[in-house]
Design a binder for this molecule. Structure first.
Ligand code: AMP
Length: 589
């Protein structure tokens, strides 16, 4: 296929701002395209060589493009530069200079789409020493044989300046019209795209096999499925209303969405934006490789930062330390993660995307060999608003953002690439950020795992309530302690051990060891939240709820200067929650 056909279609597409016209020109182009090159034409039309998830880009610097232009046109750098400055468009500059090129070569070979594609592919894959020269000669070679209009589009393509604005959805419309038999087939073609993220493959199938081919289109391990997205509601009754009275609610973990593809021992990970993030998470790759009992599988999980010793979830921000290219091994140990899997889309030859959610979950539970690093998402069947509220608070207590409520109806398929009511997120204003530290009393402790055997793994901490003269638990803290702190605290607390919970201590949690309230520590938390477990300010903000501090960390400061009665009070915690610290006493209950 002549590249000139593409260049002329681009020219028309560039000249219009109307989507309908743009679609028509694209349809014309696709009809002129032989089916065996259609995927290449589609990629090129979007300024690419492969679908995005492959991660191969051309990205040629403007400087190099100018050198190629000098070579092909016989002009000097300064005149090209000044023209570029005037037009601000490297494509137009190329067109101008190749129109007035000094030497006309007599033995030019017309450019074909195949040759352009292969050359650009080589260009994208060239690296290492001598790469610049190789790239220069590849581009110059194309330009020498290009007409001026072809040169314009070639240069724009290699420098990443195609800017035709052809959206995925326009390509789908055009494919439906050109090969599907009409616009009404668009939905089927779109589904094929949603489960493959590869417009080139979709185009090749519809062009070669028609709509029947698209109907048989299958999920492929290695091709990311476009993620299903959720709607949002803030009232439990409304959520249950959408689901005819019952749904499955899951913890909404606060981490990074990962789509894992497993083929025997080979594992690929894709981000929510479908980038390949396998290199960033070798620990996740290993978990999927060893803990998934299937030859082939595609599943989705939330990857969450955790504290390995206490098992607690850590705030989302900690995951940001894992976004790096170098020092990954160190980051793995410093910022460990856990995976909570919430869906499975394919297992050993079976595409599960059209199966109802309860069935998918059943299969998910079957193929996961759970361990402390990989589990299915916590889930509960919900039939009443109260159950939803209770489960929500439990989720918050454990460090989650809220709940994902999911339809259990027969039509609860995996809606790849779509936002809909089959999933509803439930996050409510239940927390405020903490800006100040608090001083809390140690009332209990939990034994440690691993490194911390013999010391305490986490401490149960309480606020003071002067009205009732009691200590009310507010958080469990296992983070921020150095080895020296752990020894020192262990010793310090020995003399305060009591055989059972002190009568002034209010706690629903069963600690391994109880202490008389004596030791006060300074703690920095991330948020104050409502809590079904902790006893601070019980019933004050909401009936049946206490308050908790989330993501607590010991600052290193022992408040030996404070008696337990000088600890932060329940009232202060409520004030922090309401963001009214300065008005304490004025408006609080
Ligand atoms: P949002 O980003 O607020 O629209 O919420 C959707 C995101 O929540 C998804 O993309 C997932 O990354 C994340 N998530 C956490 N837990 C779950 C779960 N149990 N089910 C589905 N998505 C979840």
């Amino acid at each position: 296929m002549d590249y000139l056909i593409i260049a002329e279609a681009y020219k028309k597409i560039e000249a219009t701002t109307k989507r309908l016209e743009m679609t028509e020109y694209l349809v014309d182009l696709l009809k002129k395209t032989p089916p065996n090159v259609i995927s290449k034409v589609i990629y090129l039309t979007q300024g690419k060589l492969y679908p995005d998830f492959v991660g191969i880009e051309m990205g040629i610097a403007e400087k190099l493009a100018i050198r190629a232009l000098m070579w092909a046109s016989g002009s000097n750098e300064s005149s090209i530069q000044s023209e570029l400055l005037k037009s601000g468009d490297i494509g137009k500059t190329a067109e101008t200079f190749l129109t007035k090129r000094k030497q006309v070569t007599f033995f030019t070979k017309p450019l074909t789409v195949e040759r352009v594609y292969e050359t650009l592919d080589k260009l994208a894959k060239t690296s290492g020493s001598g790469a610049v020269d190789t790239k220069l000669s590849l581009i110059s070679g194309l330009l020498t044989d290009a007409t001026s209009i072809e040169a314009k589009w070639l240069i724009r393509t290699v420098t990443g300046n195609l800017r035709l604005g052809i959206a995925d959805m326009t390509v789908l419309d055009a494919l439906a019209i050109a090969y599907g038999g009409g616009k009404e087939t668009r939905e089927k073609i779109e589904r094929a795209y949603n489960i493959s993220s590869d417009l080139g493959r979709v185009a090749a199938v519809v062009a070669q096999q028609g709509i029947e081919g698209i109907e048989k289109f299958q999920v492929h391990v290695g091709e990311p499925i476009r993620p299903m997205l959720a709607e949002r509601l803030g009232v439990p009754e409304e959520i249950l209303g959408k689901y005819y009275g019952s749904c499955l609610a899951e913890y909404k973990y606060d981490g990074e969405r990962v789509q894992a593809h497993k083929k025997n021992d080979h594992v690929l990970l894709f981000s929510r934006r479908l980038e390949n993030i396998s290199k960033q998470y070798p620990d996740v790759v290993e978990l999927i490789r060893t803990q998934i009992d299937a030859q082939e599988a595609i599943l989705e999980a939330e990857c969450v930062a955790i504290d390995l010793e206490s098992g607690d979830m850590r705030p989302f921000q900690e995951l940001m330390h894992r976004r790096r290219k170098y020092g990954i091994e160190t980051a793995i140990t410093k910022y460990p993660i856990s995976l909570f899997s919430f869906d499975v889309l394919y297992v050993d030859g079976a595409d599960l995307t059209q199966q109802p959610f309860p069935k998918r979950r059943q299969i998910l539970e079957k193929i996961i060999k759970p361990n402390i690093r990989l589990k299915p998402a916590s889930q509960q069947l919900i039939k009443t608003s109260q159950q939803l509220e209770d489960f929500f608070e439990k989720a918050i207590e454990e460090g989650c953002e809220g709940l994902m409520c999911k339809s259990v109806n027969p039509d609860s398929v995996y809606q790849a690439g779509n936002r809909g009511w089959l999933w509803i997120k439930y996050k409510r204003d239940y927390k405020s950020e903490m800006t100040d530290t608090v001083d809390l009393v140690v009332v209990g402790a939990f034994h440690g795992r691993g490194k911390r055997v013999g010391a305490y793994g986490a401490l149960l901490l309480a606020t003071y309530n002067p009205e009732k003269d009691q200590f009310e638990t507010v958080t469990k803290c296992g983070t921020g302690f150095t080895d020296k702190d752990l020894c020192q605290l262990y010793e310090m607390l020995q003399k305060h051990i009591v055989p059972r919970k002190n009568s002034r201590v209010q706690s629903t949690l069963e600690a391994d060891v109880w202490f008389e309230p004596a030791v006060v520590l300074e703690i920095l938390g991330a948020e104050v939240t409502l809590s079904p477990i902790h006893m601070t300010a019980l019933d004050i903000v909401r009936r049946g709820s206490g308050m908790a501090i989330r993501f607590p960390r010991f600052t290193g400061k022992y408040r030996n200067d404070k008696s337990p009665q000088d600890a932060t009070t329940a009232k202060e915690i409520v004030a922090m929650y309401r963001g009214q610290l300065r008005k304490i006493g004025e408006t609080l209950p």
